[in-house]
Design a protein around this ligand. Sequence first.
Ligand code: NAI
Length: 675
Amino acid sequence: MTDVYKHWRIERDNDSICWLYIDKADGGANVLSGAVLDELNAILDAIVASNPRGVVFLSGKANGFIAGADINEFVPLKEPADALALIQRGQRACDKIAALKCPTLALIHGFCLGGGMELALACRYRIADDDARTRLGLPEIKLGIHPGFGGTVRLPPLVGAPAAMDLMLTGRTVDARTAKKIGLIDYAVPTRHWKRAAREVVMNPPVPHRPKGWLKLTNNSLVRPLLARTMRAKVTEKAPIEHYPAPHALINLWQKYADDPVRMMQEEAASVSRFVLGDTARNLVRVFFLQERLKSLGKKDMIAPRHVHVIGGGVMGGDIAIWCALQGMRVTVQDRKHETLAKVIKRAHALYKKRLKQPRLIQAALDRLMPDDKGVGVSRADVVIEAIFEDILAKQNLYRDIESKLKPGALLATNTSSIPLELLAEALTKPERLVGLHFFNPVAQMQLVEIVSSKLTDPEVARQAAAFARHIDRLPLPVKSSPGFLVNRVLMPYLLEAVTLEWEGVPASVIDKAATDFGMPMGPIRLADTVGLDICLSVAEILAQRLDVDVPPRLRELVGAGRLGVKSGQGFYTYHGDKPQMPRVKPGYVPPPDIAERLILRFLNEAAACLREGVVADADLLDAGVIFGTGFAPFRGGPIHYIQESGVEAQRRKLGELEEHYGKRFVADAEWAEL
Ligand code: NAI
């Protein structure tokens, strides 16, 4: 029977237990493609006939269990009936597993996500490797859909509604310990024991897990409307229904049908097959592939960095060092000031506590991060990242000082946001070795790193820098060393337009709302306050020298008055901690009708200019960089994609109208003719 299948391997042992290994033939990770599911359906039919003692599902691959459904198969779907058939095929396989009379068990290591998690949920038991690499979850919501292989039906009764709905609505993943705590798995055991544990469960099946105490009541028909209301309110804050309909539909599905699993299964399939074809899911799937593309730009095996040396332990350098140590690097961090280095260690402790939780792991990460006021690490490091003041001479002097001390093949990178690399490289005898690794603030949250090349940068060095970004789990975006690179450049006109609007008398909160209604994660005024108005001003001034932008006097005025944003407690808004106090908008105030257009079209126009100038290699990379670097409404698929989807001509006409009203800052870039 084994040889017949391409993607599955079956072993039947002396106890008559079927060990069913998934090992997808033509891909790096196990995904539930149509072919994999067709084979599974056939295998399950054969298994029923052979009457085994138990069935254990496990993976034949080292990297994990099952990563989910095959997203590639979503892309060509056009007809609702085809989408429905695809979903129902997965449901059928899971239903067959659930219907097996013998004990069934999923033995999980590495990732167990989406459809893979749903397959595991169809089993009677789940055991996971308690290794740090184990991640379980249902991240479908991040693709604009919700679970569709029975997950919405099986998870709430297993773990109770609060945990189930939280997992499905946020798409977050959990480790084996948390999974055990909430009841998503039955046991978390080390790999060396797990086959024995699986055999034990099959031979002496315990009572399957069910939620205890008050959790039992959370799926009750009287309780559901109340819980659903709270969930809806929470979801609406982050994912308004107009932009992200799937989480709202998921809540409705559960509220309406949780008492009727058969009907709920049908409704689940119908709902997912509708969303799969919708704009939000199409664009979020696009974002998923863009992310894969960015990942593929850094080939990890090109370099084997172990030691990173960061010079400058301020806002950025400190956080870069902290991040690199979290990712397993040995890190030395150098600063002229002792107290700055002490602050770095304090910040590291806070982040590691939050992310790593276990004292043993926290201590190990702290041990990897070493304050180094003498700069001893320079000559030992595989990667040296400079993040000192934004000052040409200071940076050049530093390079002169350290160049001869560097290890021969070591990577030398600068985190500069605005100084052309050509200028900085003048201080080096080998200018070709300088590359930009432009991180964003806050480093631990911003996934993107711009890999900046000047005309002098050796392309091989840039590729190594991209590989390094992957080693520390960041997304590399190769960009040209031109003013503002990509992300700051497209953001700046949009931020400055917001400042202008505010100066014209539009309340800041009204401006921000126009942007968040469009789908931005944060309004531009609040973003400027968060980045720091002094930093905005300095980037704006640098861009103004080299590009055709005017810096609104209002920005200088605020910085001059010491109102720097969140960090000084006052900027456009007044802050308590990092929460702004929103002044009330006067009753009866009627905002101008073109706020969103003014903001977004300046953004889009600058994106078009970057494409024309070749700041990045192509339109997809531009969209990817802008989404991951600025949070540009992901469900719109990126600025260039949005221009094309919403109509190049229509958008260009609007730009023309704005130009008539407001002048040359709205002149359409020449690239519009090419779009
Ligand atoms: P910062 O002022 O917070 O930190 C600079 C640190 O460098 C200070 O702690 C200072 O003591 C230290 N330093 C200066 N000269 C030194 C030397 N010769 N040797 C050792 N240490 C020295 O500045 P921040 O904001 O961290 O910026 C650093 C770099 O990162 C700049 O190039 C900036 O353009 C860039 N950047 C800043 C971002 C931000 O949001 N702040 C974002 C992305 C890049």
